[in-house]
Write a protein that binds this ligand. Structure first.
Ligand code: TYD
Length: 133
């Protein structure tokens, strides 16, 4: 199975434009406990470079575009996000790197847990050890 799990989000399109509505446990497979977004990203910057022990996330590029690398310790896949109606589901124990942010990129993140630094694995070698246990 591919590491790239894309979710088509409910879009309501009419002559006025588009509205995307996302409900926890319904459109995404978890209750949404936290929302944050990346914006005004510095040209050429990369972010992420971590995995989560328990957290699940859905990433939605609500403006502009960016690329996301996903790594499960045995393979690496990349996805280009550029549609506000598509969510990228990232399960726990997946290393992620985000880069190639367009200058108008807003990357919305829906998270299954509140922020906890204890849930992060920020060292790639530690990630490999943890996942291969
Ligand atoms: P960081 O994990 O470095 O972001 P990225 O994964 O995009 O590279 O987070 C940047 C800072 O923001 C860091 O000091 C932790 C803080 N932060 C919070 O306080 N709450 C949050 O929900 C998140 C995601 C980060």
């Amino acid at each position: 199975m591919s590491l790239v799990e894309l979710i088509e989000l409910p879009s309501f399109v009419d002559a006025r434009g588009s509205l995307v509505a996302i409900e926890g446990k319904c459109d995404v497979p978890f209750a949404i406990k936290r929302v944050y977004y990346l914006h005004s990203t510095t040209l050429g910057a990369s972010r992420g470079f971590h995995a989560h022990k328990r957290l699940q996330q859905v990433l939605v590029c609500v403006s502009g575009s960016c690329r996301v690398v996903l790594d499960d310790a045995s393979r690496r896949e990349e996805v280009f996000l550029a549609k506000p109606s598509i969510g990228l589901l990232i399960q726990h124990n997946i290393w992620r790197e985000m880069y190639d942010f367009s200058d108008n990129c807003i990357l919305l993140v829906l998270a299954s847990e509140q922020y906890s630094e204890d849930d992060y694995i920020r060292d790639y070698d530690e990630f490999l050890m943890q996942v291969k246990l």
